[in-house]
Write a protein that binds this ligand. Structure first.
Ligand code: ZN
Ligand code: ZN
Length: 408
């Protein structure tokens, strides 16, 4: 029988006994290398401080000009909000909604939730709904793309530097500080640690569970529960040994991603009007133009983020699903590492969509030079979202189950 000192690895299901962690240390799964839990120094105060700072800077990034663009004696200043609202005026409302949600709503909500949970942990009794808010944090963290938007701004900036004078406004710097503070807050939040604190405060019981076999580790709060249990006693989440129909769901999402990837590459992602002459750009076309103009680093970044990463992600996840279905008993560790990389880099493909949004908002000088979005950008954004969902629906513990089952 095990107690709360045990944790079932989230990625390989190995049962690990946790000893007391000194501040500044982390516990790593000895089998797959996954970080089980970390005890950050002053985590409670730091998360509150960093989250509050991030929210203040996010607010400030709406207050001033973001980027200023001048060419042929004409000036155009774009604010952060304009890079979103311009998509609505261009009849690309769905793209505007995706950008607004991923770069503003989700990061802001995440920060508010983090403050609520960590303030609640400071009181002797938890504030109402702390568990529900903590659960929400777990879902939100996969969908915040504010950091990628920042890289998108830098790429757009370098892209148009040769065409005109571009300057960074005060709000741009506020946005940079927002990203830095938010990243610091995210790095200090440890799911296992928070749920342990919640458990202590609520005096929740520790249910004994069998040591052998495959474990029913709660995907929300990391607790281990008896196989007969359907609902987690700590967080109230529905319990399952493994994500339900994980492989089938992942396959379905991957096939959808392939279908979206075709129009994303064939349709133009933007149209450029230069002195009355209109040209359209597909993703690959854009990379080639950048390459011809000698912007090799940006051409490489866009090529890696928009072509290699999505294709690599679809192939890797497909291969992992296939190997799970074949119950392959080879290279468990490498497969887990591959899954981790795929999960980490997948959302960065969104960078090209953000570049289009920024260029469209900024370059609006009537007939001299204007940029409009293309349908390829929407298909591409859809493809990135579907591949992120595919990675989330894949249960990496399935890779290790041939070993896990053998131990019975
Ligand atoms: Zn592990
Ligand atoms: Zn739970």
């Amino acid at each position: 029988m095990v107690d709360s000192k045990h944790i079932a690895c989230h990625e390989c299901d190995l049962l690990v006994k946790l000893t007391h962690l000194v501040e500044g240390c982390k516990a790593v799964c000895p089998r797959c290398g996954y970080t089980l839990t970390a005890n950050h120094r002053n985590a409670r105060d730091r998360v509150i401080a960093f989250s509050l700072t991030a929210l203040v800077f996010l607010g400030l990034s709406f207050a001033f000009p973001f980027l200023t663009f001048s060419a042929q004696g004409q000036d155009r200043t774009a604010t952060l909000m304009q890079s979103i609202t311009v998509m609505i005026t261009e009849n690309f409302t769905s793209l505007a909604v995706i950008i607004f949600i991923t770069i503003i709503v989700i990061p802001a909500l995440y920060l508010f939730c983090a403050i609520y949970v960590y303030v609640s942990l400071k009181y002797s009794r938890l504030l109402p709904g702390t568990q529900a808010v903590m659960k929400l944090i777990g879902h939100l963290k996969h969908w915040s793309m504010a950091d990628i938007f920042l890289i998108g701004i830098l790429i757009s900036f370098i892209k148009i530097m040769s065409l005109a004078d571009v300057s960074l406004g005060l709000s741009f710097w506020a946005y940079v500080f927002f990203i830095v503070s938010m990243t610091a807050a995210v790095l200090h939040i440890d799911k296992h640690q928070v749920w342990q604190w919640i458990k202590e405060k609520e005096n929740l019981p520790v249910a004994p569970v069998p040591l052998s076999g495959i474990h029913q580790g709660c995907h929300v709060c990391t607790d281990i529960a008896d196989e007969s249990k359907r609902i987690c006693e700590t967080c109230g989440a529905h319990l399952r040994l493994r994500i339900k129909s994980s492989v089938q769901k992942t396959w379905a999402l991957l096939i959808t991603a392939v279908f979206l990837y075709l129009p994303a590459n064939m349709l133009p992602i933007m149209r450029t009007n230069f002195f009355g002459e209109e040209t359209t750009n597909t993703i690959l076309g854009g990379v080639l133009v950048l390459w011809e103009h000698g912007s090799y680093p940006i051409a490489m970044i866009i090529f890696i983020a928009s072509v290699m990463v999505p294709v690599g992600k679809i192939i890797t996840l497909g291969w992992l699903c296939y190997s799970v279905q074949m119950q392959s008993q080879k290279s468990y560790q490498q497969k887990t590492q591959l899954f981790r990389v795929t999960e980490l880099v997948g959302r960065w493909s969104m960078v090209d969509v953000f570049v289009v949004a920024i260029l469209v908002a900024l370059i609006k000088l009537g007939n001299i030079m204007s940029i409009y979005p293309g349908w390829g950008a929407l298909a591409f954004a859809g493809m990135v979202i579907v591949t992120v969902m595919a990675a989330l629906s894949f249960d990496p513990r399935l890779i290790w189950d041939p070993i896990n089952k053998k131990k019975d």
